[in-house]
Design a protein around this ligand. Sequence first.
Ligand code: ATP
Length: 397
Amino acid sequence: QVLAERHLARLFEALDGQGEEIRIAGGAVRDALLGTVPDEIDLATTALPDEIVRRAEAAGLKPVPTGIEHGTVTVVVDGRPFEVTTLRRDVETDGRHAVVAFGRDWEEDAKRRDFTINGLFLDREGQVHDFIGGKSDIEARRIRFIGDATTRIREDYLRILRFFRFFARYADGDPDEEALHAAIAEREGLLNLSRERIRVELLKTLAARRAADAFDILSETGLFGLVTGGIARLSRLRRLWELEQILGRRPDPVLRLAAVGLFVEDDAERLRERLRLSNEEAGRLRALAGPPFDASGEASSKVLLYRLGAPTYDGRVMLGWIDAGASPMDFAWRDRLTLPERWTAPRFPIGGTDLSRWGVDKGPEMGSLLKALEERWIAAGFPDDMDFGAELARIRG
Ligand code: ATP
């Protein structure tokens, strides 16, 4: 099915044959065997990067040397990019990144990959090349390291977190014992990794089907505390997951991070710093960390929706719902959740120009007066006929 991707034929035409071979590699083969359509198709080849570029150009394709020092050339076929990487073998490692050399041996390339499910190749004829027992692990939905787990983790400690990510996404049953023991024993190695790399893995784990199971283990084994400096609220993550299933929601990793990682508002700042969250992620987390949702009525829900905007409001309602211990069927909470479908928060109708007209000079005072007027307008229930001139006179005494 993955071979039916229409751009691939041109890629194979250009790069396969005449002494070189190219095969689909890694995640795309795994996803194809699981019956899902991969978003990205990466390929591996015996050809050296210069040869990839030469052949791609000769075939009228666009090669972009995106990671030439690692042997990766992105070949664009009619607008669709494919990462094509020369076969590699590990030569040494510093525990943060494996150092590799080019090779021509498919088995060696498979063996330096992390997990058996990620170590398969698929050739142009549809034949799967499995040097490491990946096919049976995919069928059994089992995540195992290729080779000795401890050795593989010591080469690159990020693999501890990658193990939990792939477990959360694909595995059935309990985690592989050997991998789990090695992950626990080697956990201190996580402290040397860049926080960006940790963030990527944790957010991807949170987005996965079995995020709650993976975070149970991350928490029990002390790994969660090690990388986030905090304590996990596991029951909250599990309840969020249940609610998402019942409501038919797609997983939202930042909301799940808020569910598992926030007790008080300060947690948002700590997570931002520890995980180098983007400004957008950190902003959402801070907004989700506010005081418990005031569920007393529609008016207070409207105020919250106005202040937070629909996406964050939605998250706060979900967290409030969980924290209140209400049933996923609870009518009142469902009603709160659907408020954005019934009511669009109005825009505050006045600005600095109006205030200038009423004799207020530009400066800090203007800002605080605008804020005060906005608060009165909110408190009055967002009327569209408020006499702001009169309100202003009242505020200024
Ligand atoms: P996703 O669906 O999240 O993109 P993926 O399997 O494509 O999943 P990537 O992180 O993009 O995951 O990695 C691509 C492939 O490269 C993997 O399937 C694996 O074979 C290999 N790989 C990536 N990172 C490592 C690592 N740290 N150690 C060993 N192999 C790795």
